[in-house]
Design a protein. Sequence first.
Length: 310
Amino acid sequence: MKKDIGDHIISKLDLQDIVKVLSDELSGSELNTVLLDVFNKRVQQETPSSLLSKYEGNKLVKPALLEDVLEYKENELRCYKLMAGRGFEPIELSPVAQFGTSSVIATVDQKKVLTSLRNTEVQADPTNAIALHYASLKKKGELDNKTYNYSNISRVIRTQVFNNPNFTPHFTVLALISCGRDTGSFNFEKEELLKHLTTSYEICKSYGVEKIYYEIIPCKGYDSQSPLIMESISYVREKNSNLEVLVIAPEHDNNYYHGFRIKQQIVIGGNTIEIADGGLLDWTQQLLTNKKERMMTFGLGIQVLYHLTK
């Protein structure tokens, strides 16, 4: 629908040549200069009254609806300490990411990301930003070949329209990210899967959740009998008997994860809720053009978890 509207405006104003010039013929700095000038002129047309009116109609800028902000932040700190205790180094990200962070290495539509000026976009997913951080350090020779574990809790924003009034454009995501090298025998996959499941299990337990289980969904040519899947799950079950892990057949093709996808399910009041999602990714392989690179991510909706357990 939005694409059709955009095409209509371009056609109506005969802007085809302008769009081509802006997108293909200007450098990034030249485009930024032009857009800064455009927005500077547009903001001069605003008044305090029009500013308030537009604020009231803009869902992207409203504060989060949290019952107790102090309690919410205390919970975040508890989670950070728990993750650090499990070996995940906390990272405090910038509120903006490099332009293209969400769509170049992943499959996210750039139109669902809040694109900004100065070659940036508003943070939409901390895992993408941390993949860039790791790859940059690795490229500069500042990291060795061991596995690096990172954690982050960020308020992110997505611009897609939600039909559910309880879903807001911005929300808090807790992310676990592991980046390293393939050392053979699926050692990276087994050890990092155990870390991610154990840590996320303890996080949900700290919110009072009693029933927790995980679904491993093979993808990209793997199935339940693939050695990667069988050995990874066997390793987790052997090392932590508290973790309930099931293998689930994929319902549709997945272009995001490579090897397997992870879903964390919690049961509250008899209802099963998918609270987290993760898996193996090829992003660091793309960024560093090295097939030996390995990456696992896990994103947990702690804002949803907070509301569910209040």
